[in-house]
Design a protein around this ligand. Structure first.
Ligand code: GDP
Ligand code: IMO
Ligand code: MG
Length: 421
C-alpha cells in the first residue's frame, strides 16, 4: 500500500483536523509528521468539539492506530493536557497511540527562547505561537536536541540539565529577563511520566512494515504550504517542512510510497501572525469574513487576518506538493456575499506575474476575477446536486485554474457537513 498525505495549501487552519477525522475511518493508521503544538486542529462531532495540538486527528476513530512521527516536536506538558481530555472519550488510548523515539522534545527553555527571539526582533517579529517550535527545530538541526527515546536513558536528567543551562546562557545573552522558568517547568516532568505510558517506536520501521502488510496510512500535515521553511513567505514561516516532502522525512517513507496527496484550502483565505498576504482585506468585507468564519486561532485565540482566495498562491502550493485531489472548506462562510473575488495574477513593481514574490518586502498587488455569490445557505446540503450553481461555477473555475479536481466540499464544522464528489 501507499501512504496518502493530507496537507494545508494556504497559511494553516484550512480545516485539516476536520477532514482527517472524516477520512480516518478509511485508514488503519493516521500519523502526524511535522510541526508541534503550534498546530490547533479542530474536530466536531455529536455536538462535541475538540482541539488537538500534538495528537493526530484519527484519535476518535475506532480501531485506528495514531502515530506521532519522528518529524514532530513534542511538548510533554501540552501532550499530557491533551491526553487528559481525550482519555475521557477513548479509554483505549494507550493501545492506539504510539510515539516515534526520534521525535524531538520541546523543553521549557525552548519556549522561553522563542519569546526571547521574538522580543529581540522587535517590530519585525514573526508572530510565533511561542510554543518553542523554532528553538526546538534549531537544536535538532544543530544536533543538540533531546529526543523521545532519550527519556528512557539513565542520564536523561543530566542531558536535560545541560541543555537547559545552555539555553539559559543564550537567553541571558539576548538580555531577556521577563520569564519564569518554574512556570514552564511545572508540569513538564509530569508530562514526561505521562509519555512513558505509551509505546515509543521506531516509527520508520513500523510504518514501512505496515505498508508491506497492506495496511493503509494517512499522514496529517500541520500548518500550511505558505508557512513551509523553504517555500513559504520566509522569514514569516514556521521551522519545519510542511509540504508533502516533509512526510517522507517526518516518517521515514520513500517518495515512491506516497499515494494520494489531498490538498486542503478555504474558499477564501486567512493568516495568523505577521508576513506577506497579498489578498488581505482591511475593510468591512474582511471583518465580515472574520465574524462569519469565526476566524480566531485554535491555539492562541488570536484574530486571524482574512482575505479573498489567492489562486496564484494555490496553484504554486499544488505544484510544490503534487496535489492529486483538492478539498474546499468553509464555502458556507461565503453564503451571504453578493460578489466573491479570487486573485488570478499579481502586479509586482508594475509588472504582471504569476510568480510568488521572493522577498517578503516585495508587494504583490492582486488582480481579481469576480464571481456572483450564491446568496443561500449551503450548510444543510448533503450532495453535489444540492449545491447552488454559483458555487459550482466558482469550484469549476478553481479546478481549471489550478489543474486539480476538487473532490470534497466541506459546508460546516461538523464531521457530517461534508460532500464527496
Ligand atoms: P486546521 O488547523 O487546519 O485543522 O484548522 P482549524 O481547526 O485551526 O481551523 C478551522 C476552523 O474551521 C475550525 O474551527 C473548524 O471547526 C472550522 N471548519 C472546518 N471546516 C469548516 C467548514 O466547512 N465550514 C465552517 N463554517 N467551519 C469549518
Ligand atoms: P495549524 O496546523 C496557522 C504561524 C504562526 C506564525 C508562524 C510561526 O493549526 O494549521 P511558530 O509557532 O511555528 O513559530 O509560528 O506560523 N503558525 C500557524 N498559523 N495555523 C497553524 O497551524 C500554525 N502554526 C504556526 O502564527 O505566524
Ligand atoms: Mg489550526
Amino acid at each position: 500500500m501507499k501512504i496518502d498525505v493530507l496537507l494545508g495549501l494556504q497559511w494553516g487552519d484550512e480545516g485539516k483536523g476536520k477532514i482527517v477525522d472524516v477520512l480516518a475511518p478509511k485508514y488503519d493508521i493516521v500519523t502526524r509528521f511535522q510541526g508541534g503544538p503550534n498546530a490547533g486542529h479542530t474536530l466536531e462531532f455529536s455536538g462535541k468539539k475538540f482541539v488537538l495540538h500534538t495528537i493526530p486527528s484519527g484519535i476518535f476513530t475506532d480501531g485506528a492506530i495514531n502515530i506521532i512521527g519522528n518529524g514532530v516536536v513534542l511538548d510533554p506538558k501540552i501532550f499530557k493536557d491533551e491526553i487528559e481530555v481525550i482519555n475521557a472519550q477513548n479509554p483505549e488510548l494507550k493501545n492506539c497511540l504510539k510515539i516515534a523515539k526520534r521525535a524531538n522534545l520541546i523543553l521549557p527553555t525552548h519556549r522561553i527562547l522563542d519569546a526571547a527571539n521574538e522580543a529581540a526582533k522587535g517590530k519585525s517579529k514573526i508572530g510565533s505561537t511561542l510554543k518553542g517550535i523554532g528553538p526546538t527545530y534549531t537544536d535538532k538541526i544543530s544536533r543538540n536536541g533531546l529526543r523521545i527515546g532519550d527519556i528512557l536513558l539513565p542520564n536523561f536528567k543530566e542531558k536535560f540539565d545541560a541543555l537547559t543551562q545552555r539555553h539559559l546562557r543564550e537567553i541571558a545573552s539576548l538580555g531577556f529577563t521577563d520569564f519564569s522558568l518554574e512556570e514552564f517547568t511545572k508540569g513538564w516532568f509530569e508530562g514526561i511520566e505521562c509519555l512513558k505510558q505509551f509505546e515509543f517506536i521506531d516509527s520508520e520501521m513500523y510504518v514501512n512494515e505496515k505498508l508491506q502488510e497492506n495496511k493503509s496510512v494517512l499522514a496529517e500535515g500541520a500548518q500550511g504550504t505558505m508557512l513551509d521553511i523553504d517555500f513559504g513567505t520566509y522569514p514569516f514561516v514556521t521551522s519545519s517542512n510542511t509540504i508533502c516532502a516533509g512526510a517522507c522525512t517526518g516518517m521515514g517513507v520513500a517518495p515512491q510510497k506516497i499515494g494520494e496527496v489531498f490538498g486542503i484550502f478555504k474558499a477564501y483565505c486567512t493568516r495568523v501572525g505577521a508576513g506577506p498576504y497579498p489578498t488581505e482585506l482591511f475593510d468591512e468585507t474582511g471583518d465580515k469574513l472574520c465574524q462569519l468564519g469565526h476566524e480566531f486561532g485554535a491555539t492562541t485565540g488570536r484574530r486571524r487576518r482574512t482575505g479573498w482566495l489567492d489562486l496564484v498562491q494555490l496553484k504554486y502550493s499544488c505544484m510544490i506538493n503534487g496535489v492529486t485531489q483538492l478539498i474546499c472548506t468553509k464555502g458556507d462562510v461565503l453564503n451571504d456575499f453578493d460578489t466573491i473575488k479570487a486573485c488570478v495574477k499579481y502586479t509586482i513593481n508594475g509588472k504582471e506575474t504569476m510568480s510568488m514574490p521572493f522577498d517578503a518586502s516585495e508587494e504583490a498587488k492582486p488582480i481579481y476575477k469576480e464571481f456572483k455569490g450564491w446568496k443561500c445557505d449551503i450548510s444543510n446540503c448533503k450532495k453535489e446536486s444540492d449545491l447552488p450553481k454559483e458555487l459550482m461555477d466558482y469550484i469549476k473555475f478553481i479546478e481549471e485554474f489550478v489543474g486539480v479536481p476538487v473532490k470534497m466540499i466541506s459546508v460546516g464544522p461538523d464531521r457530517e457537513a461534508t460532500i464527496m464528489r
